[in-house]
Design a protein. Structure first.
Length: 281
């Protein structure tokens, strides 16, 4: 049963990258606050990504966890790089729940390259990173914005960027270049959409986490990068002001729950760091 007194009671949230990690954490927390969830994930492996990506089994586990938290959840398998698939996903959400109030553009990947890249590898990794985390964000907002406008009740869109979208991160490889470029690029998208959608009562913001303890980071390839002093220097953009080495997904989720709630009704067009002070001046 959907909670009757949650901050998001009666709302519907569309979340990309929801099969595990931050997306799953957001889905469960929003359900606890009363929202119903459309949980979207590619649930498949992108060939260039060097760690195991989420599966359909992971997505079904998110559905079960949302139900246990009191929310309804429809699982949707789609690739954010495919705008027609995303259009179909939004139509499926509307068909299931009848409305759309919250969009979390969260899907992300991270390429860790060890050793020299060929030109073809560099180009492929760049294209996949930008495809998922910049084109995918555009596709998500492009197909979700008009139904939210037509609904006439306002809404909230939150894009998951990164500290790399504020301070930069690069190791000379195509995948990390694409990651950093995409995470910067979504800030421009956010600021533009905040202006376009504000008159409709739709708020648009970005969150910028440092490293989060999810499978995208907690894997052997990422550990190898941190063991390399040069790799660690690239990833740690500046000293942390708080004694937090890595975030838990809930740290990001707590910020997002606030951003999408009425408590943040006057907040739009901001870049919100969740980073233990890494990007502080």
């Amino acid at each position: 049963m959907t909670p009757s007194n949650g901050r998001l009671r009666g709302k519907v949230a569309f979340i990309t990258g929801a099969a595990r990690g931050q997306g799953r954490s957001h889905a469960v927390a929003l359900a606890r606050e009363g929202a119903d969830i459309a949980a979207l994930d590619i649930a498949d492996q992108i060939e260039s990504v060097p760690y195991p990506m989420a599966t359909r089994g992971d997505l079904e586990e998110t559905v079960a966890l949302v139900a246990a938290a009191g929310g309804r959840c429809v699982p949707i398998v789609a690739d954010v790089r495919d705008i027609h698939a995303m259009d179909g996903a939004v139509k499926q959400t509307l068909g299931e729940f009848g409305r759309l109030d919250i969009v979390l553009a969260n899907a992300g990947i991270l390429h860790i390259s060890r050793g020299a890249e060929t030109l073809d590898q560099s180009a492929r990794n760049w294209a996949d990173a930008v495809g998922v985390m910049l084109t995918g964000v555009y596709n998500t907002i492009r197909v979700a914005a008009q139904p939210m406008i037509d609904q006439g009740d306002g809404g909230s869109i939150v894009i998951t960027s990164s500290t790399a979208g504020l301070a930069g991160m690069h190791d000379g490889t195509g995948g990390i270049a694409g990651y950093s470029a995409a995470k910067h690029g979504v800030v421009g998208l956010m600021r533009g959409y905040a202006k376009v959608l504000g008159r409709h009562g739709i708020r648009v913001n970005t969150v910028h986490p440092m490293g989060v303890a999810t499978p995208m980071v907690m894997n052997d390839r990422f550990a190898e990068l941190y063991e390399d002093p040069e790799g660690a220097r690239i990833l740690d953009v500046s000293p942390r002001l708080l004694p937090i080495n890595i975030l838990e997904p809930a740290d990001v989720t707590n910020a997002i729950v606030w951003l999408v709630s009425d408590e943040a009704r006057a907040i739009t067009g901001i870049t919100l760091p969740v980073d233990a002070g890494v990007t502080s001046p």
